[in-house]
Design a protein. Sequence first.
Length: 75
Amino acid sequence: MEVREKVEEVLDKLRPFIQSDGGDVELLDVEDGIVKLRLLGACGSCPSSTITLKAGIERALMEKVPEVVEVIQVL
């Protein structure tokens, strides 16, 4: 399974929690272990979005997909 597929699989498990807060996440790219995401809906303008991205999404991805070294938000 490719890294992108593994990342999508983890995001699919996280998505219901993000959507319950009125947001969503879109995978834009995975390159050299760096995952580029766009936060959508309420998450795009939420002051806690950085915490969601780093403490939630990045931590989960790094735990489940060893190839991931960082997650960055693309606006």
